[in-house]
Design a binder for this molecule. Structure first.
Ligand SMILES: NC(=O)C1=CN([C@@H]2O[C@H](COP(=O)(O)OP(=O)(O)OC[C@H]3O[C@@H](n4cnc5c(N)ncnc54)[C@H](O)[C@@H]3O)[C@@H](O)[C@H]2O)C=CC1
Ligand SMILES: O=C(O)[C@H]1O[C@H](OP(=O)(O)OP(=O)(O)OC[C@H]2O[C@@H](n3ccc(=O)[nH]c3=O)[C@H](O)[C@@H]2O)[C@H](O)[C@@H](O)[C@@H]1O
Length: 434
């Protein structure tokens, strides 16, 4: 099929490259000319394992030609289905900010006015229940002068990929959720996903758009709350001198609990859990419901960075100290700094008079946009050299291999927020929840 993917960020680029790999003809539309040029040169605009290869295979000079990028929305006219993969950030009060989606829908609607035949528009961005029906569809209708269900169809297809493993998550989904209030839109979505579903043998959940929207929030809120619960329990373990990872390993054997997402530590960050939990809380409150568990999940998450710094302060006088921060990205495998726990950790260290030398294998450039007065080291060993203490914020594998580097610290105190460093002789080691 011929697909247009609007937005070439983490989701849009991954989805576009994977659909091209599955045999579709795909055009990526983004307002950022740099991103468009990068894709057309055969390179991935973001750091994701396997993405460079896919973009090179299909958009590069030697590629199949099944993937290209443009800034021109008119490219939609030569396609059958459009996916909206635009950002859905939060307002100051935590509620969803749909303005970018609305702007995208408006451009798309203008173009659809000139489309002679049927077209299906699929909302892939994470949007609160009712957004597709009440906000996006009316804009498409107003700008195109056409009626949804007659000239074009609208569907909602939430995305569950994780950053760092985006390509493999997209190609091996646990489920594919197809939300539509229109039979033809649903049929188009089935046709788009057919090569993926048959290859991955993934279950398909067919539902209406509102339920599809809610499934996405329920999925993220459940996972975020699961981490906050294990963090809460981990904090209790720490008070008792118990290793929360031993406890987590045991409870994870209960199928009803499951072993995944039980890694306690400095908490959840990233571009989605924080904003999505905030958005569904705000949406629930707007309906007059107080989501007590989700509010508690946020409260526990907000406390973990401060607990990490407090633990370091138990061993190191922070005022005037130089602290090494290992890891900046919100999780390993990505250069994404959005809502990284490194931000509150570093700000708290600085507020307490410490200076910070930080190291991350890939996120340093992005970190410069989020943090002030940080010195960036070229390696973990260089960050640790002469430091008065260290905290671990991201569980990059390479930190597990550190050994002699700790010997060069002025004071070898290591507070681990991710359980990646092994206890060893010669260092004072504290785990956040163990
Ligand atoms: N990042 C992730 O792992 C996941 C994100 N999501 C959801 O997917 C949506 C997109 O997220 P990301 O891909 O992370 O966003 P992103 O910020 O990485 O990328 C968005 C892209 O849209 C472009 N853009 C902005 N306005 C535009 C416009 N009017 N027309 C065309 N392009 C425009 C930007 O230049 C950027 O390249 C959000 O709703 C997010 O919650 C869902 C699952 C996973
Ligand atoms: O909606 C989204 O954008 C995505 O949000 C998350 O994916 P992502 O944010 O990329 O990363 P995760 O692997 O879920 O990690 C999120 C945060 O939780 C933390 N985490 C994760 C697992 C765990 O056991 N403990 C823990 O603290 C990570 O360090 C990270 O800061 C979801 O896992 C995806 O299914 C979803 O599509």
């Amino acid at each position: 099929m011929r697909l247009s993917i609007i937005g070439s960020g983490y989701v849009g680029t991954t989805v576009a490259a994977c659909f091209a790999d599955l045999g579709h003809e795909v055009v990526n539309i983004d307002i950022d000319e740099g991103i468009v040029e990068t894709i057309n040169a055969g390179d991935a605009p973001i750091h994701e394992e396997g993405l460079d290869e896919l973009v090179a295979d299909h958009a590069g000079p030697e590629g199949t030609g099944r993937l290209r990028a443009t800034t021109d929305y008119a490219a939609v006219l030569d396609t059958d289905v459009t996916f909206l993969c635009l950002p859905t950030p939060q307002n100051d009060d935590g509620s969803i900010d749909l303005s970018i989606m609305e702007a995208g829908a408006s451009h798309l609607g203008e173009v659809l006015a000139d489309k002679p035949d049927w077209h299906t528009v699929v909302v892939k961005s994470t949007v609160v229940p009712g957004s597709t029906e009440d906000a996006i569809t009316p804009i498409l209708e107003a700008e195109s002068g056409k009626t949804a269900g007659e000239a074009f169809g609208v569907g909602m297809n939430p995305e569950f990929l994780r950053e760092g493993t985006a390509v493999s998550d997209f190609l091996n989904p646990d489920k594919v959720v197809l939300g539509a209030d229109d039979e033809r839109a649903l049929a188009d979505m089935h046709e788009v996903f057919e090569p993926l579903v048959s290859r991955a043998d993934a279950p398909v959940v067919e539902t209406d758009t509102r339920t599809a929207e809610m499934i996405k929030y329920a999925n993220n809120a459940f996972l975020a709350a699961k981490i906050s619960l294990i963090n809460d329990l981990g904090n209790i373990c720490k008070e008792f001198g118990i290793d929360s990872y031993e406890v987590a390993d045991a409870i994870g054997l209960d199928d009803r609990i499951g072993e995944q997402f039980l890694r306690s530590g400095v908490g959840w960050g990233g571009s989605c859990f924080p904003k999505d939990v905030a958005a569904i809380i705000a949406a629930a409150e707007e309906q007059g419901y107080d989501p007590a568990v989700l509010n508690a999940a946020v409260a526990v998450n907000d406390r973990q960075p401060g607990r990490l710094v407090d633990l370091l302060a138990d061993h190191v006088a922070l005022d005037g100290a130089r602290i090494a921060v290992l890891g900046l990205a919100f999780k390993p495998g990505t250069d994404d700094m959005r809502n990284s726990r490194a931000i509150p950790v570093i700000e708290s260290l600085q507020a307490r008079g410490a200076t910070v030398t930080a190291y991350d294998p890939v996120a340093t450039e992005n970190a410069r946009d989020y943090l002030d007065d940080v010195t960036y080291a070229d390696s973990a060993a260089a960050a640790l050299d002469g430091a008065d203490g260290a905290v671990v914020v991201t569980d990059w594998d390479e930190f597990a291999a550190l050994d002699d580097a700790f010997d060069n610290m002025a004071d070898p105190v290591v507070v681990d927020g991710r359980r990646i460093i092994e206890r060893r002789d010669g260092i004072t080691y504290e785990g956040l929840t163990w």
